[in-house]
Design a protein around this ligand. Structure first.
Ligand code: GDG
Length: 465
């Protein structure tokens, strides 16, 4: 078998010491498959100085990196436009950020076609070769590939929520986008809710015929069958376990706690994105401090917001709002050496993140909507005795009943959950965490990739234990 992956970004990057593979769930899961079986990775080419075709590694290539070069305007309309100002907000039910511009969709069509052409040029589509497309950047390329190569095996994994049909249909191009996706043989989502929403969208908007099966469903449309199923993504569990056992990381965790100087540490780690609920979380922490003066001086909230999509006005706006609320809370409550909110707008290494996970007494992961949220899984794997406070509007919430679940829009409920977490008895904490850890071990990202590829190739899902 040879594997072709199409994702928005290629999995390698240039550093001062040469080229290296990037760190991230998807790369970690798919590189071993490409290294073993060979293949192709197609992604955007944002830098005209880089080659369109790059065998990697250069001295003994395992696979070919193929870039689809994009002009600045194409990048603006396809990536910052259609992907990030249309598909992202609509899928997260944050339609106040929606910008429905025909020019975005026009470029998205062209770029999806170019991705499909690059795949067709580089592959012959023989035997059990498979094409695996990732995420909402590529909804139309499956249909192009199918038209040119009716026998191709094409899979797609959708990493964000699929919204309710009534919300998805707001898009003037909803039917065209769905038809594009239905060029696939298999589409994976994190949880059943998204599978059901997708099936309903295909039935109502396209009049497709759909049947539900124990694994998800089968949609028949235009003479082709597409299977849909829930395949929740995991993390590289062994890597996080190893980091968690590393003495240097534990030393970092201890000195971090000492520097904060409080009895309790509450942690948040997110890309700075309006879907992640950082602002509402801060306001809830403020309410917690208002209601619980006995905690003043005893608890610190440490929030990392990693810069993301910062070219976009809506992301600049959320940054200003978070800056403002952090300033307000600290201005109101800080005293002597105690600063209640420690906020960092920057990127850390994965080792540093792991030290923060180890150090925390509670993680506050409260997106307004999130496909899965793998920060949750990283915290559970790395931490030993903390509490997970988790938004019920994430994919992860379906899988993790042992978390303290909250509605991220409910300020009072969230404030109470912080108190519950900080006062939870030790044995209850350990019991909940051990249930959570068992689930995360099952969700491992290598198993996820194997499971999806087996289902794609054989037409049947592996039985889940
Ligand atoms: C999409 C979906 C779905 C964050 N800051 C730093 C850093 N990170 C890493 C985390 C984690 C990842 O980024 C974020 O993953 P999430 O799952 O939280 O969210 P999205 O980026 O929105 O991802 C999401 C996911 O796809 C997978 O399908 O779960 O729902 O939206 O791994 O650790 N990593 C490093 N430095 C940082 O400062 N190195």
């Amino acid at each position: 078998m040879s594997l072709t992956v199409a994702a928005n970004r290629v999995p390698i990057r240039q550093t001062d010491d040469g080229w290296e593979t990037s760190v991230g769930g998807l790369t970690t899961a798919l590189l071993p498959v490409l290294q073993e079986q060979g293949g192709l990775w197609v992604g955007m080419g944002e830098d005209p100085d880089l080659p369109d075709r790059q065998p990697y590694p250069a001295d003994a290539p395992d696979f070919l990196v193929r870039r689809v070069p994009l002009s600045d305007e194409e990048l603006d309309h396809y990536y910052y436009g259609m992907a990030n100002r249309v598909l992202w907000p609509v899928s997260h039910y944050l339609i106040q950020h929606l910008e429905l511009k025909e020019a975005f969709m026009e470029t998205y069509r062209q770029v999806n076609r170019r991705f499909a052409e690059a795949i067709l040029e580089e592959t012959e589509g023989e035997g059990d070769d498979v094409i695996w497309i990732q995420d909402y950047h590529q909804m139309l390329s499956p249909r192009h590939i199918r038209t040119e190569r009716p026998d191709a095996t094409i899979g797609h994994f959708w990493h964000i929520p699929w919204p309710a049909m009534e919300v998805f249909r707001i898009l003037p191009w909803s039917r065209e986008l769905l038809r594009g996706m239905l060029g696939c043989d298999l589409i994976g989502f994190h949880v059943e809710e998204y599978v059901d929403n997708f099936i309903e969208s295909a039935e109502v908007l396209l009049g497709a015929n759909a049947e539900t099966t124990p694994d998800g469903g089968v949609i028949r449309y235009d003479g082709h069958e597409t299977r849909v199923e829930a395949d929740p993504i995991g993390i590289d569990v062994a890597r996080f376990q190893q980091m968690a056992a590393d003495e240097e990381i534990n030393e970092k965790a201890r000195s971090f706690r000492e520097r904060l100087g409080t009895e309790k540490v509450v942690l948040g780690i997110d890309r700075l994105d309006y879907t992640k609920g950082i602002h509402s979380r801060m306001v809830a922490f403020e309410k917690f401090l208002e209601d619980n003066p006995e905690y003043h001086g005893r608890v610190s909230f440490f929030q990392i917001a990693t810069p993301s999509r910062s070219k976009l006005e809506s992301y600049q706006q959320i940054r200003r709002e978070v800056d403002e609320v952090v300033g307000r809370i600290n201005g109101r409550f800080a005293r002597e050496s105690w600063v209640p909110v420690n906020y960092r707008y920057r990127t850390y290494s994965q080792y540093e993140l792991c030290a923060f996970y180890r150090a925390a007494d509670a993680a506050l992961i409260t997106p307004l909507r999130d496909g899965m949220n793998v920060v949750t899984q990283e915290f559970i794997t790395a931490n030993e005795d903390g509490v997970l406070i988790l938004s019920e509007l994430t994919g992860a919430a379906y899988l993790l009943p042992e978390a303290v679940q909250v509605n991220p829009y409910d300020r009072n409920g969230l404030a109470r959950a912080i108190q519950t977490a900080l006062e939870m008895p030790e044995d209850e904490k350990r019991e909940r965490l051990s249930g959570l850890k068992a689930t995360i071990e099952e969700l491992d990202v290598h198993k996820w990739a194997d499971g999806f590829l087996t289902s794609l190739r054989t037409g049947a899902r592996m039985s889940k234990t």
